[in-house]
Design a protein around this ligand. Sequence first.
Ligand code: NAD
Ligand code: DAU
Length: 332
Amino acid sequence: MRKLLVTGGAGFIGSNFVHHVLSHTDDHVTVLDKLTYAGNRASLDGLPEDRLRFVQGDIADAELVDGLFAESDAVVHYAAESHNDNSLNDPRPFLDTNIVGTYTLLEAARRHGIRFHHISTDEVYGDLELDDPARFSETTPYNPSSPYSSTKAGSDLLVRAWVRSFGVRATISNCSNNYGPYQHVEKFIPRQITNVIRGIRPKLYGAGENVRDWIHADDHSSAVLTILDRGEIGETYLIGADGEKDNKSVVELILELMGEPRDAYDHVTDRAGHDMRYAIDSTKLRRELGWEPRFRDFESGLAAAIDWYRTNEAWWAPSKDGVEAFYASKGQ
Ligand code: NAD
Ligand code: DAU
C-alpha cells in the first residue's frame, strides 16, 4: 500500500484524482489543501475514511510540508491558483502559491528523496493561430501569456532545475482544458451551465472564436496515475484527448442540451491577452506509456456534466452570486 500526498486535492481536478486513486488502487491518500475560495471539502464526501486523511494547510508552509513528506511515498502536486481572470485582477496569490509553494514542495522532495509528480498546463506554451496545423508537443518552446500561465511555466522550470541540479525524482504533465463535475462556477463551462439554470444568459468573451482542447477530468486522472506509475524520471508528458472546440460552439451546445435556443447568449468584454487556441499532441504519452482517453464523445460528457450541476446546486450555489458580481464589475 503506497502512501500518496495529494496537494490541492479539494479542488476540481485534484479531487477527481483522489476519487480515481481510491477506486483504482489500494493506495492511502493524504490531501493537503488550503481550502481557498476554490477548494471544497465536500468534493471528497463519500470516500473511504480509512484510506483518506484531510489536512488543511498551505503548500508554502515549509514545516507542515516537511512533516507530511516524511510520512509519504510519493507526492502529486495539483495545488495552484488556477484561474486566468483572477490572475489579471490580482497576480500576487499566483506568485505565492504557484511559485513559492512549488519551491517549498521541491525542497521537501529533495530532503526526503521522494517521488514527485507536478501537474501543469498547456498554457505554458502560449497560443496557436486558428489556422496553424501545429499542436503543442513536449518540445514546443515556453511562451506563456498571462500571470497565471507564467507562474505555471515558472513552476515547471523549477521542477526541471531540481531534477537536474539536485536529483529530485520528478515528472511533469501539461494537460489541456478539463471539464466534468465539481468544477468551480468561475470557469467557462460551469459558469454557462449554472447561468442557464439561474435564468441568466451565457456570456461569451469577444467573438467566441477561441479554441480550447477539451478533456474529461476522469481521463486527466487516469493519465496522471499512469505517469506516476510508469513515467520516466525527468520527463514531461502532454495530456490531451483531441477535443478542440471553439467557445461559441460549446455555448451553443450547452444551450441546445439544456432546451434553450442556440443563440440565447451575450457577447461580453474580451479577456485581456486572451489566448486564441490550444491544441495538444499526446503521442508521447500514448506510445511510451500506453495511455488512451476513455471519453471520446464530448456531447455526452457535457450532458452528464449538465445533469451533475442540475442535481448538485447545493455544492455550487454558495459561490455563484459572488462570481457573477466579480464578472459584472469587469463587464463580463
Ligand atoms: P482549482 O482552482 O479547482 O483547485 C485548486 C486547489 O488548490 C483548491 O482546492 C485550493 O484550495 C488549493 N490551493 C490553492 N492554493 C493553495 C495553497 N497555497 N496551499 C494548498 N492548497 C492550495 O484548480 P484545478 O482546475 O483543479 O487545477 C488543479 C491543477 O491542475 C492546477 O495546478 C492547474 O494549473 C492544473 N491544470 C488545470 C487544468 C484545468 O482545465 N482546470 C488543466 C491543466 C492543468
Ligand atoms: O488549458 C488549461 C487551462 O484551462 C488551465 O491551466 C486553467 O487552470 C483552466 O482555468 C483553463 O484555462 P482557460 O482560461 O482556458 O479556462 P476558462 O474556463 O477560464 O475559459 C475557457 C475559455 O472560455 C477561454 O477562451 C475564455 C472563455 N470564457 C470564459 C469564461 C469564464 C468565455 O467566453 N466566457 C466566460 O464566461
